[in-house]
Design a protein around this ligand. Structure first.
Ligand code: ATP
Ligand code: MG
Length: 434
């Protein structure tokens, strides 16, 4: 097969004393999984971001394991194991909040069978054909993501020239890029995400087809795109990701209401968005929490603002104008990227509270300040100030007010939090009602 001979060669084996991946840098739980699989007679490798990031001297976000054990065999070995996914069956080995993802080696789809797993656009609906390590390497997306750390002898196995690309800082798609994007259009988003995260160049062959194939993202389920959007914008490099998404024409596929209005919007609109993303990146850098509710408020504000203005001109009062604009924008947005209600309702509240900041008389500020979303709404007001959308004097008034009230609260005794009622779990993602 052409595809195969193009990328997969005899593997280069880098012995333990010739690379920098050390067991000391691998999480205890990942090591436990690797060792256990190995002692049960299976092959077990660390693969993907865990190996790539350690080789680059970064701290990996998570550790993924690849093995020749089938998901059922993995489940039989670990009591704390759950099988997940239909399209891509995986085992999750669970240690409290830490989840180690264990994937069985994927095999290649023989061409006569491939059609049964694909849509008309070439998208893979299933990828559950088991295979060998070599075949698994071929199914990975980029060469730098196809490096395997072997727990049996601590060597690194490189079938696809990943070590060389890692040194050169290149993201090279394995196989024919267009085919691979058609199989899974999310790979286009992954290319941009890794380019931003690692500061790598996308190989011209992988880069060139992206704008033309951008439309394929329309076939990806909205719930999966929500997960991808979080990875794109909450990894600490959101601003670069945004620029790349715009350059490669993917932004409009994810955020069509925003993309549509940005073209003709005042400069302040994009300034606000970029400042919002820069702030998010800074918060992540300093280990402060970030919430998708605020992120979506930033990303979708301009269409909401414009529509609210039109509603106002049409006779709505302030609150109704924003309310109706929020609903209309969210209804359109969640067709592409679902937003669980707990996040979209936060965005709504942030938007809704903006007009309240314009009244600084009587008891109004006090009432606003006691709103549970005041802090987020106030941060958002600051962004609007920096972007030149509101009078700086108003932002300054609120800054002074906020700082004064902070000092008062700092001296006050803390309220006891009511315990959460038992049996009520927070909603999980997937609810995309705005
Ligand atoms: P990070 O965890 O830092 O975001 P990662 O490379 O580990 O990056 P994961 O999404 O955790 O990314 O996936 C683990 C590995 O699985 C990848 O490195 C890659 O080898 C493979 N992989 C994940 N998604 C795809 C995909 N859509 N197509 C092909 N291979 C994939
Ligand atoms: Mg990973």
């Amino acid at each position: 097969m052409l595809f195969r001979s193009q990328i997969i060669t005899d593997p280069i084996i880098i012995p333990r004393d010739h690379h920098r991946v050390s067991r000391a840098d691998i999480s205890g739980n990942a090591l436990r999984v690797l060792n256990r699989l190995h002692s049960c007679g299976h092959q077990a490798y660390l693969v993907g971001g865990g190996v790539r990031d350690l080789l680059l001297g970064h701290r990996p976000k998570d550790f993924d394991v690849a093995t020749d054990a089938t998901p059922e065999q993995v489940r039989a070995i670990f009591r704390n194991c759950r099988l997940i996914g239909r399209r891509f069956r995986l085992a999750h080995v669970i240690y409290g909040r830490d989840v180690i993802e264990v994937a069985t080696f994927r095999g290649s789809h023989k061409s006569d069978q491939a059609g049964q797993h694909q849509t008309d656009n070439g998208m893979l609906m299933r990828d559950n054909v088991w295979g060998t390590l070599e075949e698994d390497a071929e199914r990975r997306d980029f060469s730098v993501n196809a490096l395997y750390y072997n727990i049996a002898d601590f060597s690194i196995v490189d079938y696809a020239g990943g070590m060389r690309d890692l040194e050169r800082g290149i993201l090279r798609m394995l196989g024919d890029a267009e085919t691979r994007y058609r199989e899974d259009p999310v790979r286009m988003l992954r290319a941009l995400r890794f380019a931003a995260k690692l500061d790598f160049d996308i190989d011209p062959e992988a880069e060139e087809p992206i704008p033309e194939l951008a439309y394929l993202l329309d076939d990806v389920p909205a719930a999966r795109l929500f997960e991808e959007v979080l990875k794109l914008f909450m990894g600490g490099y959101a601003e670069v990701v945004y620029e790349l998404l715009r350059d490669y024409e993917l932004f409009e596929r994810l955020f069509s209401p925003t993309a549509r209005v940005l073209e003709e919007a005042p400069e302040s609109a994009e300034n606000l968005l970029i400042h919002g993303l820069v702030n998010t990146d800074k918060r992540i850098l300093y280990g402060k929490p970030v919430t998708p509710g605020f992120l979506f408020a930033v990303l979708l504000w301009e269409p909401v603002r414009q529509l609210a203005e039109r509603n106002l001109a049409g006779g709505d009062d302030q609150a109704a104008a924003v309310q109706r604009a929020s609903s209309a924008v969210l209804v359109e947005q969640v067709q592409r990227v679902s937003i669980p209600r707990r996040f979209s309702s936060m965005s709504r509240e942030i938007w809704h509270l903006q007009h309240c900041f314009h009244t600084t008389k009587s008891k109004r500020p006090q009432r606003l300040a006691s709103h549970p979303r005041f802090r987020a709404a106030y941060d958002f007001l600051q962004l609007r100030g920096v972007a030149g959308e509101v009078d700086p004097a108003l932002v300054e008034w609120w800054r002074e007010y906020y700082e004064a009230s902070e000092t008062v609260h700092a001296g006050a005794p803390k309220k006891k939090r009511r315990p959460r009622r038992r049996g009520r779990k927070p909603a999980v993602t997937g609810d995309n009602t705005p």
